[in-house]
Design a protein around this ligand. Sequence first.
Ligand SMILES: *[C@@H]1O[C@H](CO)[C@@H](O)[C@H](O)[C@H]1NC(C)=O
Ligand SMILES: *[C@@H]1O[C@H](CO)[C@@H](O)[C@H](O)[C@H]1NC(C)=O
Ligand SMILES: *[C@@H]1O[C@H](CO)[C@@H](O)[C@H](O)[C@H]1NC(C)=O
Ligand SMILES: *[C@@H]1O[C@H](CO)[C@@H](O)[C@H](O)[C@H]1NC(C)=O
Ligand SMILES: *[C@@H]1O[C@H](CO)[C@@H](O)[C@H](O)[C@H]1NC(C)=O
Length: 408
Amino acid sequence: MVLRLMPLLLLALSKPTFSLDNGLALTPPMGWMAWERFRCNTDCLNDPDNCISEKLIKAMADKIVQGGYKDAGYQYVSIDDCWLAKERDSNGKLQPDAARFPSGIAALAAYIHNLGLKFGIYEDIGTKTCAGYPGSYANLETDAQTFADWGVDMLKLDGCYANASYYAYGYPAMSKALNKTGRPIMYSCSWPAYIQTPPYDTIAKYCNIWRNYGDIQDNWSSVYSIIDHYGNNTDKFAEIAGPGQYNDPDELIIGDFGITYDQWRAQMALWAIYASPLIMSVDLRNIDPSAAKILLNRNVIAVNQDPLGKQGRRVFKGTIIETYIRELKGNSMAVALLRTTDGPTPVKINRSLEDLGLSVATSYDCYEVFEGSFIGTLSPKDDVSVWLNPSGGVYFMLCHPNPSPSNI
Ligand SMILES: *[C@@H]1O[C@H](CO)[C@@H](O)[C@H](O)[C@H]1NC(C)=O
Ligand SMILES: *[C@@H]1O[C@H](CO)[C@@H](O)[C@H](O)[C@H]1NC(C)=O
Ligand SMILES: *[C@@H]1O[C@H](CO)[C@@H](O)[C@H](O)[C@H]1NC(C)=O
Ligand SMILES: *[C@@H]1O[C@H](CO)[C@@H](O)[C@H](O)[C@H]1NC(C)=O
Ligand SMILES: *[C@@H]1O[C@H](CO)[C@@H](O)[C@H](O)[C@H]1NC(C)=O
């Protein structure tokens, strides 16, 4: 049953090699992004409240403050594709769609800054964006300067309408162009998601975060395929992650339509274990309170934001259950037990730590992360006995070496 054992000592040895020196994303960035929930809805005539427009982005920024997300650490408010006009202006500069962004991007950035938040924008390295708007191809320096002039704090640079040899030139070139503006701009590269064998050392040298898999969709098979892809590449992805440089498994779909409450919790737990950017894509104006509670959970966020910035690993993949573990400061560890099989009923898992891929050398005081409740002291010879709901049921533990501080 045991696929592999990962002594904690071994985890402690891995360290990132290169990093982009812009002082940003020292812990995984947190924020909100338009894409998964609002897509390329440009129909402001029939759907004025949900089309990609300054009105929508401002409304979300307001909610990030009012809903307590800002206080919880969510910071970047990011527009995605479909904000641009179909043509550059007469000086060759990018310009937003005038009907949907009548005040201009600089004014939108200023609005967001006044709320104490940061503003993220989207472009594409190729000749066009994925939705067919003007790309940055042959305009990297001009566009970097335009973004800096507007007060942009983050750039997501997509990879449509370009090829692998151009990526190898263009992504680093944009990184240098952003640096040259003098404005710290967090840089998200879609580069590895578009090629077979990404040069991660180089990517980490030029990008703060990078997508390495297809877009998340609002269903569990999509969420699980991302979790599984990260599990399949567990050492490679964990080794390259660290302060300033993180793998990005894409947006959180917690509070949307397609997955269950248990699966929302599973996504949050796994994104915390994976040291993933926590980028919500949900309508914060009418979010389900139980989804908001998950997104705002301080204990889970604290695991995600652990200052060591180490990405966790999958250490066991069985037929019913998988085990994920992340090393945290103070020799603590976060452990997620994820049930991958369908229903109809909860199952009781009762296995030794070793059988779950969790051989430990010392004893730990363990807390359930979502509730913050004390579970008990776990010793090397103990069994773990938990109930797991079908298809995405997760048991999420934070364990401190014993003796340890008496709280989570
Ligand atoms: C630009 O790069 C230099 C050298 O890596 C770094 O010291 C500086 O902080 C960077 N500036 C910005 C704005 O990213
Ligand atoms: C890749 O794209 C660049 C820039 O458009 C182009 O010059 C080059 O010929 C392309 N290479 C291949 C192999 O298609
Ligand atoms: C679920 O996500 C997958 C991608 O993993 C996608 O191919 C599929 O179309 C999605 N299904 C629905 C019903 O949206
Ligand atoms: C992970 O690896 C397993 C076993 O090789 C494979 O069946 C599965 O499709 C992989 N998952 C993804 C998302 O590629
Ligand atoms: C778990 O299984 C072991 C034997 O494998 C048994 O001794 C123990 O009582 C079980 N624990 C629970 C809580 O069911």
